[in-house]
Design a protein around this ligand. Sequence first.
Ligand code: 1OR
Length: 281
Amino acid sequence: SVCAEAYDPDDESDDNSQPQVVNPKTDEQRRRLQDACKDILLFKTLEKEQFSEVLDAMFEVQVKPQDHIIDQGDDGDNFYVIDKGVYDIFVAKDGVSVCVGKYNNKGSFGELALMYNTPRAATIVATEEGTLWGLDRATFHRLIVKNNAKKRRLYEAFIECVPLLNCLELSERMKIVDVLGVRTFNDGDRIIAQTKVNQQDNTEVEVARCSRGQYFGELALVNNKPRAASVYAVGETKCLVIDIQAFERLLGPCMDIMKRNISQYEDQLVALFGSSDDLKL
Ligand code: 1OR
């Protein structure tokens, strides 16, 4: 079984024996593929050359409503990037399959079984016609898993000094490093756009400034509400990013700390504006 392979992110031995996979694509496919992959976090730390090898290896998959792309418990074959379509995520709880989330026309899934040689952790079902880009297990291993060893070396020390993540075990922190992406911004770039409830009042006031080791963007994910504030880069900045599914999967143990900090935002807002209605949980 593939589940018996040991996972060693520091294993540097090169699978050079393995031929490079190339699935030819039309210009139109290539354009769609590049568009679908431009925000995929797992690709964001790859060198240019590795990224183009990934794109070469990917293949198009057409799906129909109710197609099971992945079944929980199976061995992992491919990693998938969404081109279009809505996909439900089901996880079995006490023998009952529960919908725990969905992917809406963007994102990726199927990395866990390939990264850790574990059975598929969830079932993914297409709810409508859609298109996916698949990446085979061997190429995923050769390029993404190998890159994770480098990511761990680069970000291990930094992750250790993020206070929020102190509540996690080392192995849990490393799982965050495995799925995170890196994004850089220039001075003034808008990183998060506030969803404006009241279009009349558009004046923006600086309410806080975050620096190294701090975090932002959690509020909308914790509350399941629109973005309550905009965030702009001050000077050139570099952020480590995780997607909402990984956030929910990995940051549960930090939830109490985040909620406590959110109640402090409320106090700050009341002090500034006399109300914190936009933040109500
Ligand atoms: P995989 O290779 O295990 C199923 O195949 C994929 O579903 C998995 O990789 C992830 O990419 C994706 N827990 C586990 N896997 C998830 C989850 C998830 N969500 C998406 N996947 N949880 C839901 C978080 C919103 C935690 C459920 C308890």
